[in-house]
Ligand binder design. Structure first.
Ligand code: ATP
Length: 365
């Protein structure tokens, strides 16, 4: 049996609560499919910063780097901020994204039976947002200037290498999606503001270059303001959406609202050699400690972890385990057993996790 080492970053607020269920589900899937997962638990986060003055130590960063994959709850507390107002959660999230070149923020957006969409045309949404993760205005983090508290600047950074990498990832994911579901015609939509800024025009130009290498995959460009309309008016028209960092940050939260909210939105921050999986939501301090947070996004992120690791290591058992986790979540949302309060149900974080595990075990029998 192959063993894999997963670095756990439970974080703050509801982070440890939802990650606990995610780990239980991974363990159950591992047991069923013959995969052994070992964990290294890291304390990184806002609570650690409050205690020690550092959100992630060099040793923890190295343990994360050495792991086969990283699995995070949620990091940050509103009051844990640097003197300039920035939340310390960025020290961990951006530190790992930038430090390990996790250049693609992959966010599946899909509706599940049993989970209603606030859109009148919200049935059958299924697309993937691929957010460029480490360039754009975010690359200026810690590098902006403040002259006499009077003139303040941040700089947008766009590189050819980084843009080509995220574009290739988007086209690769579109090809994979159409292989898994041959009824789907692959398409990549580029989202930016290329009609206004030179950096975004460059982003769109590289998109065109990579699109030309994939004549079998449709491509289109959409400005980010129009994109927010289309996500509400015709979300079914998207397959893979590749977006500049800031644009991706905004449209991915909107996309999760159309399919049941942040509790339903998993993410993977993916590079060529490393990847970190976590729910899109924050630490939700307003409901922390009550045991009512929806663990679906975290459990689905665990499924993404299994898929990613399975592809990296060509391990079929991991791929089947990932499929089984997805199916178990879908089943328990459809029958209501994993419907937490945010979804109109009465399940707790724990009973929702237990329901997913029961569905996994039942499907394996
Ligand atoms: P961040 O800036 O760290 O991303 P945020 O300020 O966007 O965080 P969240 O912590 O994600 O905010 O919470 C936003 C709202 O969504 C809150 O009302 C919170 O209770 C709710 N929420 C977030 N995660 C969940 C969850 N897993 N289950 C139920 N409700 C959630």
């Amino acid at each position: 049996m192959t063993r894999y080492n997963v670095a756990l970053l439970p974080g703050d607020g509801v982070g440890p609560e939802v990650l606990d269920q995610g780990i239980r589900v991974l363990d159950a899937a591992g047991e069923i499919f013959g995969v052994e997962l070992e964990y290294e638990r890291l304390e990184s986060g806002a609570t650690r910063w409050q205690r020690t003055g550092t959100a992630i130590s060099d040793g923890e960063f190295e343990l994360a780097r050495a792991s086969d994959a990283m699995y995070m709850g949620a990091i940050g507390l509103p009051e844990a901020r640097h003197p300039d107002g920035r939340e310390v959660s960025g020290d961990v999230m951006f530190g790992l994204r930038f430090g390990l070149d996790l250049y693609a923020g992959v966010r599946p957006v899909r509706t599940y039976a049993g989970v209603s969409s606030p859109l009148v045309n919200g049935a059958g949404i299924d697309y993937l947002v691929v957010r460029e993760n480490i360039e754009g205005i975010f690359a200026s983090r810690n590098a902006g200037t403040n002259v006499r508290d009077e003139v303040v600047t941040d700089t947008i950074v766009t590189t050819r290498t980084g843009t080509e990498k995220v574009m290739r990832k988007a086209f690769e994911l579109a090809a994979t999606r159409s292989r898994v579901d041959p009824t789907r015609h692959p398409k990549v939509t580029c989202v930016d503001k290329s009609n206004v800024l030179a950096t975004y025009a460059f982003f769109r130009k590289i998109f065109g270059e990579i699109a030309a290498e994939h004549p079998d995959i449709d491509s289109e460009g959409v400005y980010v303001d129009a994109m927010t309309l289309y996500q509400v008016q015709r979300p079914q028209s998207f397959d893979v959406v590749v977006a500049e960092n800031l644009a991706g940050d905004i449209i991915s939260d909107l996309s999760s609202a159309t399919v049941g909210g942040l509790g339903m939105a998993p993410t993977g921050d993916i590079g060529d050699d490393h990847a970190m999986f976590q729910p899109a939501h924050g630490t939700a301090p307003d409901i922390a400690g009550q045991g009512i947070a929806n663990p679906a996004a975290t459990i689905l992120s665990g499924g993404m972890l299994l898929h990613w690791l399975g592809q990296q290591r060509s391990d079929d058992a991991l791929l089947r385990a990932g499929d089984a986790v997805d199916a178990a979540v879908a089943e328990t949302l459809a029958n209501g057993s994993a419907a937490t309060r945010d979804l109109g149900g009465t399940a707790t974080t724990e009973t929702a996790g237990q329901a997913v595990i029961a569905a996994l075990r039942a499907a394996a029998e």
